[in-house]
Write a new protein. Structure first.
Ligand code: SF4
Ligand code: SF4
Length: 299
């Protein structure tokens, strides 16, 4: 299966030819083909936020229940940025959704499954404001689709596979991931809290919905009540808002108005907490010194 963010190299099945949207490649997958289901029998599929949204809806589950039962965690980088992969069956490396008749969630299958046998690589050139996508053919020995007499452009293939909806949302998230990985100007070593927020806003959409309904969020962010209700009622809008929130929290890109009064109250609470911690530390030091003097008296 194709892997987003992977680099093409001679030891992988990725063909070393970069394709643009109007380049053509030969491939056709269909139900009667001899290798039917082979590609889903040994998977390593990374999930993006819109994949999770579609699958949890399809299964009628909360995001948390979907994550617990159908995914496994992995770290996307050395700083522990949380990633998700599609779970496999207990007894084999086959996809948890694979059935003898084919994919059990076909119309909501993840974008990596839709792209196969293409691989996607997103890159931002130096001084360019936007990422550019390029594509590679992935040729694995078991896949007979490359021998089928059908040639199409990348653009037509993406359309046929329903990838435009997926990429329209996931692209923005990929940009956040790339920026966080490469450490933009305002980005230092990520705190535990920032990694938790990244997970919540990226994958646990129902948890994020609860988060924006908390009194703390409502106090800090000045969101029009009607706008907030529209977010609560619409998963896709909520996910787009979650990306805005992430950019604000991680990179300081302010698009959600913050109440200055609430921000000042928070800063004041923070200052008081720091003062208290300093006082506690000084008290502990005095107590330690007292103990040392006491022990000297006994000698
Ligand atoms: S989700 Fe469907 S297409 Fe993707 S690996 Fe699983 S069974 Fe195959
Ligand atoms: S042609 Fe390739 S993608 Fe289609 S079922 Fe066979 S192995 Fe899977």
């Amino acid at each position: 299966m194709s892997k987003e963010f992977s680099d093409p190299s001679p030891v992988t099945p990725v063909q070393p030819v970069q394709l643009g949207p109007d380049d053509s490649f030969q491939f056709r997958c269909h139900k009667g083909i001899a290798c039917f289901n082979k590609c889903c029998e040994n998977i390593d599929i990374m999930l993006a936020p819109y994949d999770v949204l579609r699958l949890k809806k399809r299964l009628g589950l909360s995001a948390r229940d979907f994550l617990d039962n159908f995914t496994r965690d992995f770290q996307m980088d050395g700083h522990g940025m949380p990633g998700l992969k599609l779970a496999t069956k207990e007894e084999s490396p086959a996809c948890v959704f694979l059935t003898p008749e084919g994919c059990g969630v076909y119309t909501d299958r993840p974008s990596a499954c839709r792209y196969y046998a293409l691989g996607l690589l997103s890159m931002r050139k130096k001084d360019s404001p936007a990422d550019e996508d390029s594509y590679f053919v992935v040729k694995e020995d078991h896949c007979l689709g490359h021998l089928q007499p059908k040639t199409q452009t990348v653009r037509d293939y993406r359309k046929e596979q329903g990838l435009e909806d997926y990429d329209a949302i996931n692209r923005e998230w990929r940009q956040i991931v790339l920026k966080k990985r490469s450490g933009g100007p305002a980005v230092g070593k990520p705190s535990e809290r920032s990694l938790e927020l990244f997970f919540l806003a990226s994958y646990d959409l129902d948890g994020f919905r609860d988060f924006i309904s908390t009194p703390g969020f409502t106090e800090l962010f000045e969101l029009d009540p009607a706008e907030k209700q529209a977010l609560i009622d619409n998963d896709e809008e909520l996910l787009r808002f979650a990306f805005r929130f992430l950019k604000q929290a991680l990179f300081g890109e302010i698009t959600i108005p913050v109440s200055s009064e609430a921000a000042e109250k928070r800063r004041e609470r923070y200052r008081r907490r720091v003062e208290q911690l300093k006082r506690d530390a000084a008290e502990r030091k005095v107590l330690d010194q007292d103990k040392q003097y006491e022990s000297l008296k006994d000698e």
